[in-house]
Design a protein around this ligand. Structure first.
Ligand code: GRF
Length: 214
């Protein structure tokens, strides 16, 4: 990826989640409050039938799709997801606590159009239990990262990071809560940044685009 060409407004988001869905709710609230202009949630898709986030989406009257991944070969499951996202006209895929690694085929279907949020300052502490990893390592600063998704886990180009302090009395739960609060601000802000189109990617760096020559 060398240039970020933003999807054109109106932009249809496809949210993928597996659980609680608090980041999805923060994005939905940002749209409702007019902080993500030109953006709609076209569909909320879950691989877990009783994910609380899916129920929350139904209560908001959003289109939802359940595609249970357990027992389905990964390639077939991801093909089904691509088909559902295309059917809903999705321009930008937003992973919001989606707990499976996407196949290369899925990523090819949405090139430079898949975002994820991770509860650490990448490249530190990728993978599961990032907050526990930060505590065990003795990090003094923690935070979250919104990044484009590529084929490696928690690896793609970083759009935005936000930090929080690690306090001496922190447990995994208190640190996770503090990080989650900034996640809820960071994700809508990162989506707005991507949709603004005013950025380019050089190497791994997501930078303001050169101003147009006058
Ligand atoms: C968040 O901590 C996010 O960073 C990670 O999974 C968690 C999802 O939480 N990828 P929620 O379902 O959005 O509440």
């Amino acid at each position: 990826m060398s240039e970020v060409s933003a999807p054109r407004a109106p932009v249809a988001l496809g949210i993928l989640l597996s659980g609680r869905g608090s980041n999805f709710m923060a994005i939905a609230e940002a749209i409702r409050a007019g902080r993500l202009q030109g953006c709609t949630i076209a569909v909320v898709l879950s691989n877990v039938a009783d994910a609380p986030g899916l129920l929350a989406a139904q209560e908001l009257g959003l289109s939802t799709v359940t595609l249970v991944s357990k027992g389905t070969p990964r390639a077939e499951h991801d093909r089904n997801m691509v088909e559902a996202l295309r059917r809903h006209g999705v321009d930008l895929v937003v992973l919001a606590g989606y707990m499976r690694v996407l196949t290369a085929e899925f990523l090819r279907a949405f090139p430079d159009r898949v975002l994820n949020i991770h509860p650490s300052l990448l490249p530190a502490f990728p993978g599961l239990h990032a907050q526990r990893q930060a505590l065990e390592y003795g990090a003094a600063v923690a935070g979250c990262t919104v990044h484009f998704v590529d084929e490696a886990v928690d690896h793609g180009v970083i759009v935005l990071q936000r930090t929080v302090p690690v306090e001496p009395m922190d447990t995994e739960e208190t640190l996770a809560d503090r990080i989650l609060n900034v996640e809820h601000l960071a994700y809508p802000e990162a989506i707005a940044r991507v949709l603004s189109g005013g950025y380019a990617v050089r190497g791994r760096r997501y930078l303001p685009a050169e101003p147009l020559a006058s």
